[in-house]
Design a binder for this molecule. Structure first.
Ligand code: URA
Length: 330
């Protein structure tokens, strides 16, 4: 009807303006394509921290819960996580080769990428170029923090330790492994994951095609719990500010949480590792976390290695590294 035409045009114009405004909001919050499942993927516009730079869309990641000991986290599972990772620390900008966006993924399948028709699929070069080393500020602050930890008496664990165990590795690969706490070997040597479980961790890192020294490795608590018991909640709470600062300085692209205690410390959840392993989560609403089994568990249960390898493959894909064909030896 000719009479209604102007109204239709005005309505269309208003609609397109609204769509453009909506697209602006999505872009400002790091989303650059429309969500596959609006209920799940709509960006959260609440008071959680926003990504620091424009981001590319990545995998769907769940935030388990908010940690009281850390800065306020995004309250729900909506941040495009891969992009959150790649937005940090990128000398070449978010579209640079080191941080080309990981592919959009099927949320139920952490192991497959969807490179087909994906204009921002990660490079499949032998390995992604090395990331920028940590910032100058971080390089200055980390040794000071390590020194502070050396004298820490915040919880009773200091009474039994031979020495504190701060971290090892540069984190240059963008990957940070976090364990529970030092054991006897670590307590003796002052470095994390140097015992049997550590040797297995090194094999896993090697199987990923990454140099042992290029990952950052640390623990939720920095002192050995007596008899290798699990750290108590109050011990973890006392120590977690150190871990938070380490992560703030290192700014990993992705965290691999080794075992239930690491996951619980990082994500402040009571859910167990069996339930959480292989499912992407977010630390502080911005750093993707892959929970997986602890290498000490793998020593007792070698059949679980296949699941861990699957998780590590997902991590490699997430940061745009080629997944080596070989599997870690059983
Ligand atoms: N287990 C851990 O969780 N961390 C270590 O450093 C060693 C063993």
């Amino acid at each position: 009807m000719p009479d209604s035409e102007p109204d239709v045009r005005a309505e269309l114009k208003a609609l397109s303006l609204a769509l453009a405004a909506h697209a602006d909001i999505l872009q400002a919050t790091g989303v650059q394509e429309l969500p596959a499942d609006p209920e799940r993927y709509l960006p959260n516009l609440g008071d959680g921290p926003l990504p620091k730079r424009p981001q590319e869309v990545g995998v769907a990641i769940d935030v388990v819960s908010e940690s009281p000991s850390v800065a306020k986290q995004a309250p729900a599972a909506e941040l495009p996580a891969a992009s959150a990772a790649s937005a940090l620390h990128d000398p070449e900008g978010p579209s640079g080769p080191a941080h080309a966006a990981p592919p959009a993924r099927d949320e139920n399948d952490n192991t497959k990428s969807s490179k087909k028709n994906d204009p921002v699929a990660p490079p499949t070069a032998p390995s992604a170029p090395a990331r920028q080393a940590i910032s100058e500020d971080a390089a200055l602050r980390l040794p000071v923090l390590a020194e502070e930890v050396t004298g820490c008496t915040r919880c009773a664990l200091h009474e039994h330790r031979q020495q504190t165990v701060f971290a090892r590795g540069t984190g240059k690969s963008g990957i940070c492994f976090i364990g529970e706490g030092p054991g006897a070997d670590e307590d003796a040597q002052g470095s994390p994951f140097v015992g049997k479980a550590g040797q297995l961790l090194d094999k896993m890192i090697d199987a990923m095609g990454i140099d042992r020294d290029d990952v950052y490795v640390c623990n939720v608590v920095k002192c050995r719990p007596p008899e290798n018991r699990k750290p108590l909640p109050e011990e973890m709470a006392a120590c977690i500010p150190y871990l938070n600062e380490q992560l703030e300085l290192i700014r990993p692209q992705v965290i691999v949480a080794l075992g239930g205690t690491a996951v619980q410390g990082l994500l402040d959840t009571k859910l167990g590792i069996t339930r959480l392993r292989g499912t992407w989560k977010l630390y502080q609403g911005r750093i993707p976390v892959m929970p997986t089994f602890h290498p000490a568990y793998l020593l007792r249960q070698p059949s679980a290695k296949a699941a861990v390898w699957q998780d590590l493959q997902a991590v490699l894909e997430h940061i745009g590294r080629t997944v080596p064909a070989k599997k870690p030896r059983q």
